[in-house]
Design a protein around this ligand. Structure first.
Ligand SMILES: [Zn+2]
Length: 333
């Protein structure tokens, strides 16, 4: 029997928020000191903003869930969350960006917390499923919510950056390392293919692309994917203009690699049980294991002759979508 998650949990959380709004308003009308009234009104407004956000989320999620593509995405997200032992429900939503709620900062701003929690993973709506390894970086943000690994690593380095940016960059780098350690080459391949056009731009809260790609190759080597790591380094040399060693948080690289490669859910070259597929075999009987599915898929795409590239790309993406559909326990609301 499929669990009635994660839609029910959003409805429950919305109910919790609306109860809080009424409570704050009623308290504000009885406050004897105006300073408390102002505070209660502020809390009511903040809860109301969150409530509006939840309502938007429900309607977007309901809209998304009408497509088979969403059921497949949910299949991948549920698979990853289970492997990473993320206990809170995790819901995928198609958007125009990649992102994750991680820990809600809502709790830090009100005077009590709810025991209802769930995560939202935003995935770019137009990306074919072969690029969904990028969602694993977002799931890693949620995984980090219950860990102190960012702070621990941050305390051991001196980047010269403002602490907010130092921690932000370390968190982003850990999520890249976790995603690479979790699924292997499909994450760096999707990262390079998808983000190529914006490779020479970077924001303060993200490490330089050259550092991020270098870290991924280090993680791949640690997990036995030496040949792929060399291939990616070769690609990176041709497209990246910055030296990875110039990144401010460079001293954290070994600590980050260690944190990602010591997890129970890492995926090594030895775990690849199903390798020798051609596109006909892949289409008729794709690998059952999700991680092998993505790895074999990318191998077929990378080995496709130029004149067949787009056909293979599309076939692999379709097969991945169909295979993931069966992995989801999500129901339609
Ligand atoms: Zn991120």
């Amino acid at each position: 029997m499929p669990q009635k998650v994660p839609f029910d949990i959003i409805k429950k959380y919305s109910k919790y928020l609306s109860d809080r709004v009424s409570e704050y308003i009623s308290r504000a009308s009885h406050d004897i000191d105006s300073i408390y009234t102002i505070n209660d009104i502020r809390l009511a407004r903040f809860s109301l903003d969150w409530l509006t956000f939840q309502q938007q989320l429900i309607s977007t999620a309901v809209q998304c869930s009408k497509s088979n593509k969403w059921i497949s995405l949910q299949g991948l997200i549920e698979y990853c969350s289970k492997m990473m032992e993320i206990s809170d429900p995790t819901l995928g939503v198609f958007s125009t960006i990649y992102g994750a709620t991680g820990a809600f900062d809502y709790y830090n701003r009100i005077d009590s917390s709810s025991d209802i929690d769930y995560f939202i993973i935003l995935v770019h709506e137009f990306d074919p499923p072969i690029f969904w390894s990028l969602a694993i970086h977002e799931i890693a943000h949620c995984w980090l919510s219950s860990k102190d690994v960012v702070m621990k690593i941050s305390k051991q380095i001196h980047s010269g950056l403002d602490i907010k940016y130092q921690e932000g960059r370390i968190e982003e780098a850990i999520c890249d390392a976790i995603a690479t350690s979790f699924i292997g080459p499909p994450y760096p391949f999707a990262y390079i293919e998808c983000l190529w056009p914006v490779f020479n731009q970077f924001a303060d809260e993200h490490p330089h692309h050259s550092f991020r790609v270098h870290l991924m190759t280090e993680v791949l080597r640690e997990n036995g994917f030496n040949k792929t790591a060399n291939d990616i380094e070769e690609i990176a040399r041709n497209i990246l203009v910055y030296d990875w060693a110039d990144e401010e948080i460079v001293d954290s690289i070994d600590l980050i690699k260690e944190a990602a490669c010591q997890t129970s859910f890492k995926f090594t070259l030895d775990s690849m049980t199903e390798i020798d597929y051609d596109i006909v075999e892949f289409t008729s009987q794709p690998p059952n294991d999700v991680r092998c599915l993505f790895n074999v898929g990318w191998k077929l795409i990378n080995n496709a002759p130029d004149n067949r590239y787009f056909n293979v790309f599309e076939s692999v993406s379709n097969i991945i979508q169909m295979s993931l559909e069966g992995k989801s326990t999500a129901f339609k609301p």
